[in-house]
Design a protein. Structure first.
Length: 261
């Protein structure tokens, strides 16, 4: 545990326009695979606040499904990995500003994001879900217009909640979102189903999923800058190999309890 219309979107839009004004428009970026191999290190970004997909351990290491996948891809490309943690609402802007080489942070692949970045994958699938605390009187999507809804700043779920006209509060990451739900500062939260279920279980918070939300499965991909098809192909080949030889399943089982492709 992603730039968009209205309020979220300014960070990526501004970054994109600024880079384009410097002549770094889509389609003219230099192929990056050679430069990354020369350095021997791939820098991958995530928030570090999206358990169990990526989070900071007690030993202050960033661990989880995402860093494990990113590290294995890099290893198969003959590279070391440097993990960079950054706020979600500016993560694409940081990629466009060359602060890292890829985003391996459970980013949903959307048409809007594909206008500014390329994607490798998807490397897993999930869908939008809405949760309340167990025993809540809120049992239907139709009730969300009358309550406070929590979302993570910069996620596609924030955009969706705004489009529904909900009264929302934004947070930096999933642990904070769950804590606010537990403490009653929000009445419902919106996010990716797998991450919310697993993070709530790990925290001991009993939650209830609102069942009448109509939504579709969406793929999470690895974002890279446009203009590097060789890099995209090398990363995709490594991912395909992992999925074919059982390594992907082993990683998924360790961190999320099973196959989530």
């Amino acid at each position: 545990m992603t730039v968009f219309g209205n309020m979220i979107r300014t960070a990526v839009t501004a970054s994109s326009l600024a880079l384009m004004s410097l002549g770094v428009a889509q389609g003219v970026a230099a192929e990056e695979l050679g430069a990354i191999k020369e350095k021997g290190v791939m820098r991958i970004a995530m928030t570090g606040a999206y358990p169990p997909f990526n989070f900071v351990s007690e030993s202050n290491d960033v661990v989880g499904f995402d860093p494990a996948i990113g590290t294995e891809i890099a290893k198969r490309m003959g590279l070391e990995v440097e993990i960079v943690t950054t706020a979600w609402d500016g993560i694409i802007g940081g990629l466009l500003a060359n602060k890292y080489d890829a985003i391996v942070g459970s980013m949903s692949i959307t048409a809007e994001r594909q206008e500014v970045v390329d994607f490798v994958g998807p490397y897993y699938s999930t869908m939008r879900a809405v949760f309340t605390v167990s025993g809540s009187e809120i049992t239907s999507i139709s009730q969300l217009g009358d309550v406070k809804v929590g979302v993570t700043l910069g996620e596609t779920h924030e955009q969706w909640a705004r489009e529904q006209g909900y009264d929302i509060k934004t947070y930096k990451g999933l642990p904070e979102l769950l804590l606010e739900l537990e403490n009653g500062r929000v009445d419902a939260i919106v996010g990716d189903s797998i991450a919310l279920i697993l993070a709530a279980k790990a925290s001991g918070l009993e939650v209830a999923q609102i069942s009448d939300l109509v939504t579709e499965s969406v793929g999470a991909g690895i974002a890279i800058r446009k203009g590097s098809p060789e890099l995209a192909a090398a990363m995709q080949a490594a991912l395909d190999e992992m999925q074919a030889d059982g390594t992907y399943l082993a990683i998924a089982t360790e961190w999320v309890g099973g196959d989530i492709r």
